[in-house]
Design a protein around this ligand. Structure first.
Ligand code: CTP
Length: 403
């Protein structure tokens, strides 16, 4: 049984009467495979005690920025980095105003500034406060910055008014945050390539590339966390072995090709993150080459395209490719998706501020037939989890369509 969370949710609880619903929200999120940590504003503690949230989340609840004991554990910056999603529910008018202005005068608003996680807000307030131009302007600002707004619902309010301002129901909030993806990959067999290949020139030299393997290793682990049985075929990297079912080390493109083709028919998904050398020396020298000429010409020959070959197999697995491009990213990625007959492709903008090879951060544009999704710049571990969830979703959708 896989007990890794599929999503780490930092739940920020503001001070409003709907705080009682947020207690149930923690449960609903946990049911969907999320690990939830709760941070409350001082006002929220007037409605429900931190102890209640501690009991439902299974973790101590933080309320203060300057709490030496809590900071000695997971400090607020670590907490901000830990989160895949920052969900504020209820989001009061006051909280939204502070968030819009970038004010960080308590733990929750400080976390909101320090976290790169996707921000979700579930507003809850009196209908007149919701309609007030100040609140609407703050809402527009937050939306423009990428915050996702969940609700509010319309109806009777605690104060007796009727109108918009009720917090959405916990189930609706939890569903908006994340579709259930876990079951799609439980027991699925994933074959994944990663890292660079080395193409021998002679016994001591090779042609290589700058791939660190980091994205592929992180993705292999993220897929395993979703319940898949993962076999990683890796070129030489400096990374520790990831927590997956099996790791097979290879050096050259031909070796990677042999291992993959031998196993491809027995897998449900094939994910090609490796930076496979497109060419190899026709005949590597048996002895070390000597520098006895002024010019040296290398005779190279094309390597097999592993990904295209797997995708062309009769009853091919669900195939996911990567496209590292320096320009016309979408156009090239789209043509690789079509030409190699892939199910999905993750396009990676290299050689720019958006990340890529040898960087801790990366951003991806993911394409499939009939859809696309942007994964903005974030660290590779988190990006891998987001991509793994997307792969699980698309794989699940194809599975559902074919059964
Ligand atoms: N790939 C592969 N086998 C190869 C070459 C690439 O499996 N011999 C896979 C990579 O793992 C990646 C995708 O194919 O998923 C990259 O596609 P490719 O067209 O090779 O990209 P580039 O090498 O960037 O191609 P080009 O130089 O034509 O842009």
């Amino acid at each position: 049984m896989n007990d890794q969370p599929i999503l780490r949710v930092l739940l920020g609880v503001g001070g409003g009467i709907s705080v009682y619903k947020s207690v149930d929200l923690v449960r609903r999120l946990a049911e969907r495979g999320c690990e939830v940590r709760v941070v409350m504003t001082q006002a929220a503690t007037a409605f429900v005690t931190p102890l209640t949230f501690q009991a439902v989340s299974g973790h101590s609840v933080r309320t203060d920025l300057l709490d030496p004991a809590a900071e000695a554990g997971m400090d607020h910056i670590e907490l901000a980095r830990w989160a895949d999603r920052l969900l504020i529910a209820p989001a009061t008018a006051n909280l939204m105003a502070r968030l819009a202005a970038g004010i960080a005068n308590d733990l929750l608003t400080t976390l909101a500034l320090a976290s790169e996680a996707q921000l979700y807000l579930a507003p809850a307030m009196n209908q007149a406060m919701w309609r007030h131009p100040a609140t609407q302007a703050n809402l527009a600002t937050l939306r423009a910055r990428g915050a996702r707004i969940l609700g509010p619902a319309e109806g009777g309010q605690a104060c007796g008014d009727v109108g918009p301002g009720r917090m959405l129901e916990p189930l609706e909030i939890a569903a908006a945050l994340r579709p259930r993806v876990q079951q799609h990959l439980a027991g699925a067999r994933v074959l994944i390539t990663a890292g660079p290949t080395r193409e021998a020139l002679d016994p001591v030299r090779f042609l290589g590339n700058r791939s660190s393997g980091r994205m592929g290793y992180a993705l292999a682990e993220a897929l395993a966390e979703l319940g898949a049985e993962v076999v990683l075929v890796s070129g030489p990297t400096a990374l520790p072995a990831p927590r997956v079912a099996e790791v097979i080390q290879i050096e050259s493109a031909l070796q990677m090709h042999a291992v993959v083709m031998e196993r491809a028919r027995r897998c449900d998904l094939f994910v090609a993150t490796a930076a496979v050398a497109d060419y190899r020396p026709v005949a590597p020298a048996e002895r070390k080459l000597k520098k006895d000429t002024e010019k040296l010409k290398l005779d190279l020959i094309r390597n097999p395209d592993i990904l295209a070959e797997v995708a062309a197999l009769h009853s091919a697995p669900f195939t996911v490719g990567f496209a590292a491009e320096t320009d016309r990213v979408l156009e090239y990625a789209q043509s690789k998706l079509t030409n190699k007959r892939l199910d999905m492709i993750a396009a990676n903008h290299v050689g720019s501020e958006r990340g890529g090879f040898e960087r801790p951060d990366n951003a991806l544009t993911v394409l499939w037939n009939g859809g696309s999704h942007e994964l903005p710049l974030m660290n590779k571990a988190r990006l891998a989890r987001e991509l793994a969830a997307l792969i699980a979703e698309r794989y699940g959708a194809r599975h559902a369509a074919s059964t």
